[in-house]
Design a protein around this ligand. Structure first.
Ligand code: URA
Length: 234
């Protein structure tokens, strides 16, 4: 099957490289080239992998999924009035891609760990839909020693969070020691893990997401990210 061809200026502006207008100048300067050295104009119809920018292949096309190791202190928001953003860890031109890259759900500012980002609206909707019960595992450090009944309460499917109308779905608590646990949940309610521990009289002092479905961080260090194969996302 032939790859989809689009106008060169449209392709480059959608990937955030430059405005459509700027393409003519960058062609003259030799910054944008054809992989086979064929002549290009702003309106030439090209396939994504036929074009080099500064001698390099283009960034991935639309449908990109990014796995990031979010450090604490960064915010999952597009509004940079609020502080340093997770998007600041990505190349600046990715901020102006169209369609826009968004986080798949959110991690709190003070939560670290596995964060997915994508520009694929359908995938985003599917992974964040309350009907799609993707399992997420968190490591939590607690302020106070466990009482001993938390695993049963979390597994019961009856725990009510402050201000909510329905109980949390059953969640699996694994005890590491009296102030360290992992918790597997299949929902994504606002501040869910912190609020579940608050509901049993404890307080989370550190929170880290170690997995999302089958995905883990592997050897990815804090602040690093990698592009995922689309097939890996179920
Ligand atoms: N639960 C929380 O309390 N915070 C997160 O960031 C994610 C889950």
């Amino acid at each position: 099957m032939n790859p989809t061809k689009v106008r060169l200026d449209k392709l480059l502006s959608s990937l955030g490289y430059c405005s459509r207008k700027k393409v003519a100048t960058l062609l003259r300067e030799g910054i944008i080239t054809h992989t086979e050295n064929l002549p290009l104009k702003s309106d030439t119809k090209v396939a994504h992998d036929e074009v080099y920018f500064e001698g390099e292949p283009l960034d991935p096309s639309q449908g990109m999924v990014i796995l990031m190791h979010k450090p604490t202190g960064l915010i999952c928001s597009h509004d940079d009035g609020e502080g340093k953003l997770v998007y600041d860890l990505l190349p600046p031109r990715w901020r102006v891609r169209d369609p826009k890259i968004s986080t798949v759900g959110r991690l709190d500012k003070e939560t670290s760990g596995l964060l997915l980002l994508t520009d694929d609206g359908t995938l985003l909707h599917r992974l964040t839909s309350p009907r799609h019960h993707v399992a997420k595992i968190y490591e939590a450090t607690l302020d106070r020693a466990l009482n001993g009944n938390e695993a049963e309460i979390f597994a019961s499917g009856t725990l009510m969070l402050n201000g909510e109308k329905t109980p949390c779905l059953p969640a699996k608590l694994t005890i590491i020691d009296e102030t360290h646990v992992t918790l597997e949940i299949t929902e994504g309610r606002y501040h869910q893990v912190r609020r579940m521990f608050a509901a049993v009289g404890n307080h989370v002092t550190a929170l880290h997401r170690c997995s999302f479905g089958d995905l883990t961080l592997g050897d990815l260090k804090e602040g690093e990210y990698r592009i995922l194969d689309r097939e890996k996302i179920s």
